[in-house]
Design a protein. Sequence first.
Length: 402
Amino acid sequence: MGQSGLTGFFDRYLEAKSIFRNKAVLQSAHIPQAVLHREKEIGAIAGILAPSLKKEKPSNLFIYGKAGSGKTLSMRHVAAELEMHADANNIPLKIVYLNCKLKRIADTEYRLIAQLARDYGKSIPPTGLPTDEVYKIFHQAIDSNSCVNIIILDEIDQLVKKAGDEILYNLTRINDELKNAKISIAGISNDMVFLDALDPRVKSSLSEEEIIFAPYNALQLQDILSERAREAFTENALEQGVLEKCAAYAAREHGDARRCLELLRVAGEIAERNSSSSIGISHLDAADEKIERDRLMIILTTQPKQSQATLYAIVSIGISSKASIFTGDVYELYKTVCSRIGLRPLTQRRVSDIIAELDMLGIVNVKVISKGRYGRTREIALSVPSTTTPRMKKILEESLNL
DNA sequence: GTCAATTCACATGAAAGAGACCACGGTCTAGTG
DNA sequence: CTAGACCGTGGTCTCTTTCATGTGAATTGACGA
């Protein structure tokens, strides 16, 4: 019977010794006890925020550095310690952490302020109220006691890109209107040039203090990895050279520790699924490929239909001809695709933007070129290996019911 | 041959509209005492 | 009399269209050597 076979499988699954001891340690949400190789930065942050313990307003702080360089981790680490000290000594201090990238939570002015107000115990409807009303509520909530408030805005560049820098201006200016409380803002950004694009008034007040996080190098990544791996895996689960290779992989991609940990975790999962007792280099390679494939798959299937149709047009042209792909050709094919699947075609203006969005997602590579007398256009190239394009096409065909 | 003007095929920006979602206050309606 | 249903108004948010302006080098054509 199939059923008993399955029972056998589950039995064996339960019996097999897992190579994981605690998988959560490798998840990006995990906050480790000690933050390695960031002593200097943590010291700097602590120094800047420390005045809050004396009920003084700390300087606004701006942190930037590449993805996975420990910015958020360090900031949260300091915040947690600070809160602990404040608690222990009865100092009125409140720290709010907000990730501005989270869709539908804090990616517009209204939502950001509403979310902040909610953190102060007010209930704000998701929409329907005028924005200045929400400001007023937030203002009252914060000013009701004389407390120092530190607001950590993670991925602040995303917020500004979507909603403009007026929010930051308003936020930094709230201080002038507060009678009791004080607000400090700590912005975290991946984007190095983000500050330059800001309104100079906002820029000067937001970046009273600046801290730059350099990417981890391979050796530091190795340290971090081995520290986490010791907790995450059982003994002898890692074969020789795996950690080194993993660190080298990530160091190549600008020292992203988050990606590094993910790689190790997925490699572990693959090893376990193959009922292997340890993680080898081959698992690492498989993991690298799987992560890339999964990422692509998620992006493809979660895109709106219009983007899928556009991408389908690009992929089709890319497969059928070796020559460069231009916006005009894509749009023509896109229109026929639309009529075939009964989709109302968008204007070229919009499709142009969609192509730019696909570029942002890293599926295609776009370069604006001028062909002289023959106009200006985007030169589009698929940024996935040509071996995966047929599969991409198939996935898109299914998703679009072609 | 040289050089400035022209021209193409879009890119890029700004503004505004459509439609979905929501809160709030006023009005209407049916049920209850 | 009152709770709940049902508008109308005014707000946000996202996606899109419309209109306007910008752009960079191949091409063209006038000009001079």
